[in-house]
Ligand binder design. Structure first.
Ligand code: NAD
Ligand code: IPM
Ligand code: MN
Length: 351
């Protein structure tokens, strides 16, 4: 069996972590008796600087029909972020109805949390982030640019269907994990979208009487991600709140360099996209020290999505094994001086 994978390394350390993770994914796949047929797309900021666009006009069409997409990161210090992201990554999420973004945050054995008193296994949560609308809806405008009465409007859009899709996915996960669901909103201040969201959680929740539902406002939830991260299980949140909470989740479980994500297509038959939660990290680009494990773990999520759960599990346990080994190489974000290559070489030895 061969899967058709679109590979978009993108910008900055995105290129480094994708190049590093690829042979690890290939080795795990070969072990499990399948292979990955990549088509690589050199889209991103270099292309923008050369040709004026992040991807070609038919870019979306060229990704359609693939089994999955693996993305590195997008973002360049010399180009406004809203140009690069709205030219490549955000349209993929939106056009392919990748409405559910699943972002686990696990404190692995051998990894130090910056929070006192937490050890391996103590933090194990997953955020379900709405991924195509909410605060990221491209609705708004800017008028009277440069004048004193300049005004910019940035509207959030919440559809019942989009909300229901992510809420249902979160309830399903909570059922599978036998745990609870924390619904994060700001419905005390935002009386339309966030109240629709709360209504949908209440309605869908009736179908899942065994799932305990906790409600938190996003400010308090942010505090509790630091104060009591061990008590979260499944968290469901809007696009922006999910974005913020998943950086928090990443750092309380050790590093941005360990946090994977899946952008899952829900409506229609389009590919899903897998990518680390982190960005292009211009502060460490070119140094060979980017942590490749978030991308490897995103690859494990990709394998699960393809129905290759054995390979996914093997990848994740190789990562867990490495992290638990005090003598194994680690990148500086985890407190050791090893490089990206040393980490993946070691990982391949463990597969
Ligand atoms: P970032 O995630 O790139 O970096 C934040 C911090 O985490 C930096 O100190 C960085 O060195 C560190 N870090 C991130 N990934 C790491 C890794 N794998 N190993 C070791 N350290 C790592 O966030 P930022 O600095 O806010 O954004 C940089 C650029 O990336 C911006 O252009 C932003 O828009 C973009 N961005 C893109 C994505 C994406 O493509 N999905 C996600 C986030 C940010
Ligand atoms: C992420 C990133 C993106 C997001 C940015 C770069 C648009 O922060 O994937 O978490 O907010 O979705
Ligand atoms: Mn983010």
């Amino acid at each position: 069996m061969a899967y058709d994978i679109a590979l978009i390394p993108g910008d900055g350390i995105g290129q480094e972590v994708v190049a590093a993770a690829r042979p690890v994914l290939d080795a795990a796949a070969a072990d499990a008796g399948f292979s990955l047929d990549y088509e690589r797309f050199d889209w991103g900021s270099e292309r923008y600087l050369d040709e004026g666009s992040m991807m070609p006009d038919d870019g979306i069409d060229r990704l359609r029909g693939r089994d999955a997409i693996l993305l590195g990161a997008v973002g360049h210090p010399d180009i406004p972020d809203h140009v690069t992201l709205r030219g490549l990554m955000l349209p993929i999420r939106k056009r392919f109805n990748q409405q559910v973004c699943e972002r686990p945050a696990v404190l692995y054995d051998g990894v130090e949390s910056p929070l006192r008193g937490y050890g391996g296994g103590d933090i194990d949560l997953v955020v379900f982030r709405e991924n195509t609308e909410g605060e990221y809806a491209d609705v708004g405008g800017r008028e009277h640019r440069g004048f004193d009465h300049e005004v910019a409007i940035q509207s959030a859009v919440f559809t019942r269907q989009g909300t229901e899709d992510v809420v249902r996915a979160a309830f399903e996960a909570a059922t599978e994990r036998g745990g609870k669901l924390t619904n994060v909103t700001k419905s005390n201040a935002q009386a339309y979208g966030m109240v629709l969201w709360d209504d949908v959680v209440a309605e869908v929740g009736e179908e899942y009487p065994d799932v305990e539902v906790e409600r938190l406002l996003v400010d308090a939830a942010s505090m509790d991600f630091v104060r009591r991260p061990d008590e979260f299980d499944v968290v469901v949140a809007s696009n922006l709140f999910g974005d913020i909470l998943t950086d928090l989740g990443a750092i309380v479980t050790g590093s941005m360099g360990l946090a994977p994500s899946a952008n899952v297509n829900v409506e229609g038959d389009y590919p899903s996209m897998f990518e680390p939660v982190h960005g292009s990290a211009p502060d460490i680009v070119g140094q060979g020290v980017a942590n490749p494990l978030a991308t490897v773990l995103s690859g494990a999520m990709l394998f699960d999505h393809l129905g290759e759960g054995v390979a996914g599990e093997r990848l994740e346990s190789a990562v867990a094994d490495q992290l638990a080994d005090a003598d194994a190489p680690r990148t500086p974000d985890l407190g050791v001086d090893a490089g990206t290559e040393a980490v993946v070489d070691d990982l391949r030895g463990r597969l």
